[in-house]
Ligand binder design. Structure first.
Ligand SMILES: [Fe+2]
Length: 273
């Protein structure tokens, strides 16, 4: 069994600025610390976009400083709050595709993880938060799949390509889902889609593919399905994802690490005989 970790929607802010009273840096550091302590056997960490709240260079630098000592390989993804040029300025050694998108392939034995870049831009119109996969990025995906026929593929993307039932978030999902599902329908080796963006734990099945969406390490989406406002936030417990890859299964756990801090370790609820 192989284990990878997934952290999404960090929303880093500089100068101690908070989001509904939560400090994104502290939240992220606590997630990293908890994951490191409890999952030293994890092989890889994927940061699934919305690394920053405003896409500023100083925010990306804070991400870089926070992960400097993390002992396993880290793959970066971008979300609608990020800016590709500023990311590249702070992380000049992170490889982009030939078309300058942040898309990455991770090979883990019989499993292949393909991380897509759904940030729509440049340009980056103000208040535009929907995602898109342009022809260049879709062609990259198709090229990668040419060597995955006998593999088991998981796709990671910041924006879900499907509705999740939150009216406000469904309006800013991936804007060209049919282009992606045309590919997944022709590639049964694609077994699962992992996403962020919604700030809530959600799982299901769509267009023949299973999906899992992880919570943010900072603010969460309230359970108000009919609300049109995509910026609604509540300070519910933060989480990160733990993904287990076995010969038979792709298993996704969501760890509410703020609730899981138990100084004395877990206790049994077993009644005495
Ligand atoms: Fe986000």
């Amino acid at each position: 069994m192989r284990k990878i970790l997934a952290i999404t929607d960090i929303h880093m802010r500089s100068h101690g600025r908070t989001i509904i009273g939560l400090n994104p840096l502290t939240q992220f550091q606590n997630a990293l610390s908890h994951a490191h302590k409890n999952h030293p056997d994890a092989e890889h960490l994927i940061l699934m976009g919305d690394l920053t709240h405003s896409g500023h260079i100083d925010e990306f630098k804070m991400i870089k400083d926070a992960i400097v000592d993390y002992p396993i390989p880290i793959t970066f993804m971008l979300g609608n709050h990020d800016r590709r040029d500023n990311f590249a300025t702070v992380f000049p050694n992170i490889a982009m595709t030939p078309t300058a998108h942040l898309q990455t392939r991770i090979d883990l034995g019989d499993d292949v993880i393909l991380c897509l870049d759904t940030l729509d831009g440049p340009p980056y119109p103000q208040h535009h938060h929907a995602g898109r996969l342009c022809a260049d990025r879709l062609n990259w995906l198709t090229d990668q799949l040419k060597t995955c026929a006998h593999k088991r593929v998981s796709i990671f993307m910041h924006h879900p390509p499907h509705d999740v039932g939150f009216a406000g978030m469904d309006a800013i999902k991936l804007q060209n889902p049919t282009d992606l599902f045309t590919i997944t329908e022709n590639h049964p080796e694609i077994r699962h889609v992992f996403a962020g963006h919604i700030h809530r734990t959600i799982s299901g099945h769509t267009n023949g593919v299973g999906f899992t969406i992880f919570k943010s390490t900072c603010h969460q989406m309230p359970m108000t399905l009919d609300a049109d406002d995509s910026s609604l936030s509540v300070p519910e417990p933060a989480a990160y994802g733990i993904i287990l890859l076995t010969p038979d299964s792709i298993i996704a756990h969501s760890e509410d690490y703020e609730l899981a801090i138990q100084p004395d370790g877990p206790t049994s609820d077993a009644l005495p005989d």
